[in-house]
Write a protein that binds this ligand. Structure first.
Ligand SMILES: Cc1cc2nc3c(=O)[nH]c(=O)nc-3n(C[C@H](O)[C@H](O)[C@H](O)COP(=O)(O)OP(=O)(O)OC[C@H]3O[C@@H](n4cnc5c(N)ncnc54)[C@H](O)[C@@H]3O)c2cc1C
Length: 420
């Protein structure tokens, strides 16, 4: 099935995340192009806010945006909720779980990442990953369940019931650990009055000698001290060996009793079988040309977390929302150039820096290509500004996020509905 009308160019985009949605919105300005945007969800999830959803300080509908709503005024974009299960690169045709075949003149693959457990025994069964809205809601309910159970009968609470272990000391792990500790100490302890003696504790475990490997030594030092201030117990330089239903076992022989382990230790690209098969790299990202096309298939593009795109020095670009959004824009520009018979441009990422929010009032920001460091409340406000800018395609929600940020500065309330 192809939904492109006669005289129009049909572009099929798989994945309505940061990359795919940006590409669709840019192409939508050209009425001679018909776009089919396929996503297994009918919403885009805003991953940078999943911690707040997991912690119950932001409601799920403020961290996800209905694709049909965002694209309501774009008459040439057709949204289709379906899962793509196979891709024929030569025919630019995707097969879906519902049995449809959708073909385009151009095909854009932007399916993002999923969790990677690296084969650690028990990690797939006994941890909570944090990549989707569903993951965040499950985690929120697990945290609240643990508090409800402890509050009912603190004297016979299971060992480690209120220990929360975050595995992985990259930005996701650091942000989750800091936010979670704030929520436990500032909000939940006040509302669950019988559990204080059980001393809820957040642990953060990182196999490398230091947290936040991509940041500068100064930022890393600040992060370590901010986590201490936020009462997170950090264990560096020790690998997780196994995860069981009631503990994390470490390579040095030690054990942390816990029922709630949050997996923030790694990602791999979402793999969809392609015909012909494409060479695999360990993270499952697809190799792309500088213009983001897949080698040998000049009307097929791969973008965002799925693509192993390189910077000008030949180093792989990081899996970040800003990279994905800019790639979406660049891809749309190249499709338009290709339709007009003009040469394609290489994708050049404009690096505005990297950020991590460590908890209330604490953040690190390394700004611009030179990664100029800022820490503390100013970096927190910068974090907010940068993430609000990422939301400009879905303006209606910006207000909710800003409201959350102000509440986060002053409020001591966490949402407490167990819905999963
Ligand atoms: C917890 C967390 C926090 C983060 N915080 C930040 C941050 O603060 N700043 C930052 O820059 N980056 C952050 N990131 C990284 C950022 O979210 C990703 O780099 C970005 O989402 C990648 O965009 P994408 O379009 O490639 O993929 P995604 O945004 O993940 O979109 C992929 C889309 O494809 C769809 N899809 C997948 N498979 C299929 C299929 N088979 N069929 C149909 N649809 C499919 C998915 O439903 C999804 O909508 C964070 C990531 C996580 C997990």
């Amino acid at each position: 099935m192809s939904t492109g009308k006669a005289g129009t160019t049909h572009v099929v985009i798989v994945g309505g995340g940061f990359a795919g949605l940006k590409c669709a919105m840019e192409l939508a300005a050209h009425s001679e192009i018909a776009i089919t945007l396929i996503d297994r969800n009918n919403y885009q999830q805003f991953q940078p806010l999943l911690y707040q959803v997991a912690g119950g300080i932001l409601s799920p509908d403020n961290a996800a945006f209905a694709l049909r709503d965002v694209l309501r005024n774009r008459q040439n974009v057709d949204v289709r909720m379906d899962e793509v299960v196979a891709v024929d690169l030569a025919k630019r045709t995707v097969r879906t779980a519902e049995g449809a075949a959708v073909s385009g003149d151009y095909l854009v693959l932007a399916t993002g990442s999923r969790v990677n457990f690296y084969g650690i025994p028990g990690a797939d069964r006994h941890t909570f990953p944090l990549y989707s809205l569903t993951d965040a809601e499950r985690l929120r309910s697990a945290i609240l369940h643990a508090f409800e159970e402890a509050d009912r009968d603190p004297a016979s609470a299971a060992e480690g019931l209120l220990n929360f272990v975050v595995v992985g000391g990259g930005p996701t792990g650091v942000e989750m650990a800091g936010t979670l500790s704030d929520i436990l100490k500032r909000a939940l302890l006040k509302e669950f009055r019988h559990v204080a003696a059980l001393r809820p504790q957040v642990y953060l475990i990182e196999a490398a000698p230091e947290l936040l490997g991509a940041f500068s030594p100064e930022s890393r030092r600040y992060a370590a001290s901010a986590l201490k201030d936020h009462d997170v117990s950090v264990l560096n330089g020790v690998a997780v060996k196994e995860i069981t239903a009631d503990a994390v076992l470490l390579a040095d022989g030690s054990r942390i009793a816990t029922r709630t382990v949050i997996w923030a230790a790694g990602l791999k690209a979402v793999e969809i079988p392609t015909q012909p098969e494409l060479p695999q790299i360990p993270s499952a990202r697809l190799e792309v040309e500088q213009d983001l096309t897949i080698r040998g298939f000049d009307q097929v593009y791969a973008l965002g977390d799925l693509a192993n795109a390189m910077d000008q020095d030949g180093k792989p670009l990081p899996q970040l929302a800003a990279v994905a959004q800019q790639a979406g824009k660049s891809c749309a520009g190249n499709i338009i150039a290709s339709i007009k018979g003009e040469p394609l441009k290489p994708f050049v990422y404009s690096d505005r820096g990297i950020l991590a929010m460590i908890g209330r009032n604490s953040a690190i920001a390394e700004l611009g290509k030179s990664h100029h460091e800022i820490v503390g409340p100013v970096a927190f406000v910068t974090w907010l500004g940068v993430h609000t800018a990422l939301l400009t395609d879905v303006r209606a929600k910006v207000e909710a996020v800003v409201e959350w940020a102000w509440a986060y500065f002053g409020s001591e309330h966490a949402g407490q509905l167990i819905d999963r």
